[in-house]
Design a protein around this ligand. Structure first.
Ligand SMILES: [Zn+2]
Length: 281
């Protein structure tokens, strides 16, 4: 097997881990990728300082987030069919509907002091199926999607009717601009260096704007055992309340609030609302 070790460390920067789960085969329900279909060897470690979890393995996953991710994740249904199935869920069964309600609530409070002359702008990083922006567009926001997979970008343009950028947020340099809201919905857990990604967001959010971050909550999920989807192979990082706060602080943001939720889909999730540190709000 072509192996590419990935260096993953706790965002708190300390060393000292304890082994929590050891896998010799994919847990039930985990997507089977080409690279993980044989010789499965992976473990979950917990940082002894801040309670953060990391997934450690040396199977090759170089192309996981370009074409292979959508191939493996949505091959059976296709993007548009998955999109239509999810947007037709009743509101109380939809993680996204509740997420959008919470984001709009926070935003109404946050922008209260500055009457709006034009629609607020949002950039959704790792937009995927575009469910979040579909609802934000309905709420009157000026929406832009960003995704490394061209199919997600075409889907956002054609099916949702919004602007979309084909890029990897970590490496894009030109023309991205600034927005009132940057959203990282279940994104930071997928990258080896979440602080590098969140640091970059500082340059693309207005000084009066804010950032929404949503990540898997390992501190809650760990009690339910190794089969929880929060610990699936796609995730390098699974957060604690403390490690999420530290990630945000070390990336140049002030944490306005972190909330612990269990979503209708049964996911354990942490939601963070952040403002750039330079902001005096
Ligand atoms: Zn730590």
């Amino acid at each position: 097997m072509n192996k590419t070790p990935i260096s993953v460390r706790c965002p708190c920067g300390q060393s000292g881990y304890e082994s929590v789960f050891i896998y010799t085969a994919p847990p039930k329900g985990e997507t089977i990728f080409l690279f993980s279909s044989q010789g499965y060897d992976r473990k979950i470690l917990r940082c002894q300082h801040c309670g953060h979890f990391i997934s450690v393995q040396d199977m090759n996953r170089d192309e996981l987030y370009s074409e292979n991710y959508i191939n493996a994740k949505y091959a059976e249904q296709g993007l548009e069919e998955s999109f239509r199935r999810i947007i037709s869920l009743p509101p109380n069964q939809s993680d996204n509907t509740l997420r959008v309600q919470r984001v709009l609530d926070f935003s109404r409070g946050y922008f209260l002091a500055s009457p709006l002359e034009k629609p607020l702008t949002v950039l959704d990083i790792g937009s995927g199926l575009g469910i979040f922006l579909y609802r934000m567009k309905s709420a009157g926001w000026d929406c832009t999607a960003l995704d490394p997979d061209i199919r997600a970008v075409e889907h956002a343009k054609k099916i949702i009717g919004i602007q979309a950028i084909h890029a990897d947020f970590l490496t894009i340099n030109d023309g991205l601009g600034q927005y009132d809201l940057l959203a990282f919905n279940k994104v930071l857990e997928h990258v080896a260096d979440p602080i590098a990604m969140l640091k970059k967001a500082v340059n693309h959010v207005h000084s009066t704007g804010w950032v929404y971050v949503e990540v898997p909550d390992g501190e809650q999920a760990v009690w339910d055992g190794p089969e929880r989807e929060e610990f699936f192979i796609e995730h390098h990082h699974i957060y604690s309340f403390t490690s999420l706060a530290m990630t945000c602080r070390l990336s140049g943001f002030t944490v306005k609030s972190i909330e612990r939720v269990r979503e209708p889909s049964n996911k354990y999730t942490l939601r963070a609302f952040l403002t750039p540190m330079r902001s005096c709000r």
